[in-house]
Ligand binder design. Structure first.
Ligand code: AMP
Length: 486
């Protein structure tokens, strides 16, 4: 083995890997195996099935890629012999990139298959008999249906982020794909969490697996977590405040909806932040442009939905901001795992409105710790007239429909409110900067309207544009008195 390939300082030397693969590992800059790799490699190199309970950021890609590459580099030319399934295009591209680096000193070829782009280059890639296919299930199944993919030689199947694939409704597709594979093969399944459907899939497909569980399925110690209670109409300003004042070098801001991501990115851009949105409605080209812009530093701030951001590995993300609280504790751990990566520290800031208390408690139970709260008075309350509500709209509606209140989404529009008599629209949802410039919630202002405080809190919980799920939540379980508590 050439000396360059096995420098004593390289902790991968003990796995006795092919020299060309060792060079690739060095090209990737890996000096010693991460815990997940140290635990996975010996068993995977022997051909065992693996059940890995680990999230992205732990180094699991190399944990499954190195054994695959080692097998192929020692016995090349029967491709494709490895199939790696991932839930999103971003994750598939990331896996393919890492494999490309690790395989840079070999002749191993790969192809990446995902939807949202033309299939022709992918079909051309498949025709060249790649050794490894990295794919999202939907497009792969499509191409299998069209007869472009031959999976009869697959020796290793990897399911990456299996829980996320389940969330995205891919389980049926995955089972169909598995039906096209030889029965005798090695299976490596990685998942951050183990919902019962994934447990069942693991039971069905894994053969006496080596189970590798990392404690870091809980948020890593390197991440400082903070909760910011906020009035829902002060979120934009709070985001801007943190971006300006919290030593942010690179941030990912999570919103619940695609529209929300775009709207917030636009507002931040107008406020002169280098922000870009990443959400599922964008074309693949646009998404790739944004991702490479974020990686290269063209943008410091990525405003993203969960689906778009899952699995993204960008180093030196100093902050994750949960602008909208995640729907599940699992999503929380995934999101905050975007920071504190590669042994850097990071901070996860979560905005909590009065409606979000319940999910916050679930998150804290899950991570087994109470997240400290930081209260900044000026973001707790909002006395501005709500621009989304409606006197003007109601008047218009009234004019058209003879003044009858229509029931929308099972809810009557807010009654004509005596207080909703805004002199001017001070649009919070328009541009927080302008609104902040025009009117700051000074102590004097608050003192002027002490009686409106409970009303504005109540408005938060029944606000016009809330998604139905949240309305249900607030209706359930007698949450209202608690909401008033803060
Ligand atoms: P992953 O969980 O596979 O997405 O990996 C997270 C990040 O860790 C990626 O940027 C990898 O390139 C990096 N990484 C993986 N293994 C190692 C290692 N042994 N040493 C240093 N960095 C690593």
């Amino acid at each position: 083995m050439p000396e360059t390939a096995t420098r004593p300082s390289n902790g991968f030397a003990k796995f006795d890997l092919h020299p060309n693969l060792m060079r690739g590992i060095q090209n990737a800059g890996f000096e010693s195996p991460r815990p997940i790799q140290a635990a996975t490699l010996p068993a995977a190199l022997e051909g065992s099935d693996i059940l890995g309970l680990a999230q992205t950021g732990t180094g699991k890609t190399a944990g499954f890629a190195i054994p695959i590459l080692e097998r192929i580099v020692r016995d090349p030319g029967h491709g494709p012999t490895a199939l790696i399934l991932a839930p999103t295009r971003e994750l598939a591209s990331q896996i393919a990139d890492e494999i490309r680096t690790l395989a840079s000193c070999t002749r191993i070829k790969g192809v990446t298959i995902y939807g949202g782009v033309g299939q022709r280059p992918q079909v051309a890639g498949l025709r060249q008999r790649p050794d490894i296919i990295v794919a999202c299930p939907g497009r792969l199944l499509d191409l299998i249906g069209q007869g472009f993919v031959k999976l009869g030689n697959i020796q290793t199947l990897v399911l990456d982020e299996a829980d996320h694939m389940f969330d995205m409704g891919f389980l049926v597709s995955i089972r169909k794909i598995i039906g096209h594979l030889p029965r005798k093969r090695q299976n490596l399944l990685f998942s951050a969490t183990m919902p019962k459907e994934i447990r069942k899939l693991a039971d069905d497909m894994l053969n006496d697996p080596t189970v590798v569980e990392l404690p870091s399925t809980k948020p890593v110690d390197l991440i400082e977590q903070v909760v910011y209670p906020v009035h829902h109409r002060r979120k934009v300003r709070l985001a801007q405040y943190l971006l300006k004042n919290d030593d942010v070098s690179r941030a990912i801001i999570f919103t619940r909806t695609k529209r929300g991501a775009k709207a917030l990115a636009d507002k931040l851009e107008r406020a002169k932040f280098n922000a870009a949105a990443l959400q599922g409605n964008m074309s693949q080209n646009a998404r790739e442009k944004v991702m490479s812009g974020f990686k290269s530093g063209k943008y410091d701030i990525l405003v993203a939905t969960d689906i778009a951001a899952r699995g993204i590995d960008v180093s030196k993300v100093s902050h994750v901001i949960n602008y909208d609280v995640p729907d599940t504790p699992e999503a929380y751990t995934h999101r905050i795992g975007r920071t504190g990566r590669a042994e850097c520290t990071g901070k996860a800031c979560t905005f909590i409105t009065t409606e979000d208390r319940q999910i916050l408690r679930a998150i804290e139970r899950r991570i087994d710790q109470e997240i400290p709260q930081r209260i900044i008075e000026e973001f707790l309350q909002c006395d501005d007239p709500d621009p989304r509500s409606r006197p003007q709209r109601q008047q218009r509606r009234g004019a058209k429909s003879g003044g009858r209140n229509k029931v929308q989404n099972g809810r009557k529009p807010a009654a004509k409110k005596p207080q909703a008599k805004p002199t001017k629209k001070k649009s919070d949802s328009n541009d927080g900067r302008q609104a902040a410039a025009k009117k700051k919630p000074t102590q004097t202002d608050k003192a002027k309207r002490p009686t409106r405080k409970p009303k504005s809190v109540a408005k938060t919980t029944t606000g016009g544009n809330r998604p139905p799920r949240r309305r249900k939540q607030s209706a359930a379980g007698g949450g209202a008195p608690k909401r008033r508590s803060r």
